[in-house]
Design a protein around this ligand. Structure first.
Ligand SMILES: [Zn+2]
Length: 319
């Protein structure tokens, strides 16, 4: 019975089944790396899992809800994934990226939650509206009545804020590793800051600031580096453009002297191709990092963002 109270179930089963000595069972109990001892982290989408994994290192198990290669805006969670929201030690997610996930989190409140949209100034879904702050912050200035843009991770500075808040939550769950977790967060933040500097330098002198994308995912990146996004579809790639919207994008693209229409791998390039053909332009990939696969142009967030930077520099004639 003593063993039952001290040990995790696997050691208990072993001790009962094999009749091993108390000493052996006790040794198993104090194995620091036993998976069950680690905080369990659930991340909604790849870029948030990237933050969690980099900050946690070996001190947490991180699971990503939206599988690789799956477009998150229309993603429906499995029953097991919904259950994992309330058993996880920490859930990190972005409100508004998937309505099914928003509903699941409301119905299964996690023990500890990092809602990344509440940590930064949100951009409106409608670019004509003024930016505002996320729900739950003290800034009452703007609730963004017309809806907001959930693609907050595409500004590396926002990722740095997520790392700070996630590290605090993880330290609360695992205070013994405060120093290691804090150190990993700082290392990641240095790398994000370096990435941001590369964007600023690389995009300083360009022939134009406008770029055309298939879905309106890049407003946070655009505002951070003084670019202007012209999007064919809306905030969700499922928002198909009307003929009038397509005509407007074509006019804006011509006026701006656009050379390239960007598309992304998870969404059909139908409208990007249509526009490029009509205007005689090139197409290229600009990755909103909603997922990562073997086909992604880089192994992680930092590498894919650098591919995005190179694509933007080439399309916009940056020196
Ligand atoms: Zn998106």
């Amino acid at each position: 019975m003593v063993i039952m109270f001290i040990c995790k179930s696997r050691a208990r089963v072993l001790a009962v089944a094999l009749g091993v000595t108390m000493l052996l069972s006790t040794t198993a109990c104090f194995d620091e790396e036993a998976p069950k001892d680690k905080p369990q982290v659930v991340a909604a989408i790849y870029p948030l899992a990237f933050v969690a994994e980099r900050v946690a290192g070996s001190y947490a198990d991180v699971t990503t809800l939206v599988p690789p290669g799956v477009e998150p805006h229309e993603y429906e969670l499995t029953a097991a994934q919904i259950a994992s929201l309330s058993t996880a030690d920490i859930v990190i997610y972005q409100l508004g990226i998937s309505p099914a996930l928003d509903a699941a989190i409301e119905q299964n409140p996690p023990k500890s939650l990092v809602e990344t949209g509440s940590l930064v100034a949100l951009l409106p879904a409608d670019p004509e509206e003024e930016p505002g702050w996320g729900e739950g912050t003290d800034n009452p200035s703007n609730p963004l009545d017309g809806g907001f843009d959930p693609h907050t991770w595409l500004n590396p500075s926002n990722m740095s804020i997520f790392a700070t808040v996630f590290a605090d939550k993880l330290v609360a769950a695992d205070p013994i590793h405060k120093q290691e977790i804090g150190g990993a967060a700082e290392t990641l933040q240095r790398e994000l800051s370096q990435l941001s500097q590369e964007f600023r330098t690389g995009l300083t002198t360009c022939e134009r600031r406008e770029f055309v994308t298939s879905h309106a995912a890049f407003a946070y990146l655009a505002i951070a580096y003084d670019l202007k996004q012209i999007a064919i579809a809306g905030i969700s790639p499922e928002d198909e453009p009307s003929p009038a919207q397509l005509a407007e994008v074509a006019t804006l693209a011509s006026q701006a002297g656009i050379t390239t229409v960007f598309y992304e791998s998870l969404v059909s390039p139908e409208y990007a191709n249509m526009l490029a053909t009509e205007l005689g332009l090139k197409t290229d990939v600009l990755d909103p990092l909603e997922s990562i696969t073997d086909e992604s142009l880089g192994a992680d967030y930092l590498a894919v963002m650098r591919s995005n930077l190179e694509a933007l520099k080439a399309a916009n004639g940056c020196r």
